[in-house]
Design a protein around this ligand. Structure first.
Ligand SMILES: [Zn+2]
Length: 219
């Protein structure tokens, strides 16, 4: 291998220890090492039509497709992306996300953040994934049809029961064509409370079908 000035500089700038195993990561998978990154497993079948969520969840959601289980390295990676704010993860997680075969939809809509949360975080992780998905699968994307009208506590900090109350009526859908099918994108689904509230708002606005697409799902 040729030892070029470029590779030396690359090593200087991009070398870091993998936060999972402490081996050198070379930032190939920002900043996880290849060994750890390859441990991320995909579900053998991405789409489900039933599952233990709120009794009304499947009344609003027609299907749920997820790449893999919300645990292990995938959970860590999402955490680094979302809360530590390492945006390069967006690209790598996006590559996993686009491997989900799209349901038949007319429009993609990411789960929105409240404006105050968006300002604080600087980016909406669901919108990052949705953009990647829209580009790859050539599906129209809307970042304005669904908004979060009420700021809520971070769902991750709450018990399952509190989560349903926390996000109730927090979303509003507008300016949508009646009768369309929407792909609703989020990074993670755990209790399903957020997805259900968004789906409820979308159906109220005349959307016919909601197909949720998430990177990870709690099993
Ligand atoms: Zn590692």
């Amino acid at each position: 291998m040729k030892l070029s000035l470029r590779s030396l500089l690359y090593d200087l700038v991009f070398n870091e220890d993998c936060p999972i195993c402490s081996r050198n990561s070379h930032f190939r998978y920002s900043p996880f090492c290849e060994t750890c990154w390859r441990k991320i497993e995909s579900f053998s079948s991405h789409r489900i039509y039933s599952g233990k969520f709120h009794s009304e969840f499947w009344k609003y959601v027609d299907s749920l497709s997820s790449f893999g289980a919300y645990e292990g390295i995938l959970k860590e990676a999402i955490h680094y992306f979302k809360y530590v704010g390492i945006k390069r993860f967006g690209k790598e997680l996006g590559k996993l996300f686009i491997s989900i075969k799209p349901p038949e939809v007319d429009l993609l809509i990411p789960v929105p953040l409240h404006i105050s949360k968006l300002r604080k975080r600087g980016f909406n992780q669901s919108a990052t994934l949705a953009k990647e998905y829209a580009d790859t699968w050539r599906i129209p994307l809307s970042l304005t049809s669904l908004i979060k009208v009420r700021d809520t506590k971070d769902q991750a900090s709450l018990e399952a029961k509190e989560r349903w109350i926390n996000v109730r009526d927090a979303y509003l859908a507008k300016n949508l064509k009646k009768g369309i099918k929407v792909g609703l994108v989020d990074d993670v689904v755990t209790t399903g409370a957020t997805i259900m509230e968004c789906a409820k708002a979308l159906k109220k606005a005349g959307v016919r079908e909601i197909h949720a697409i998430t990177l990870a799902r709690t099993i």
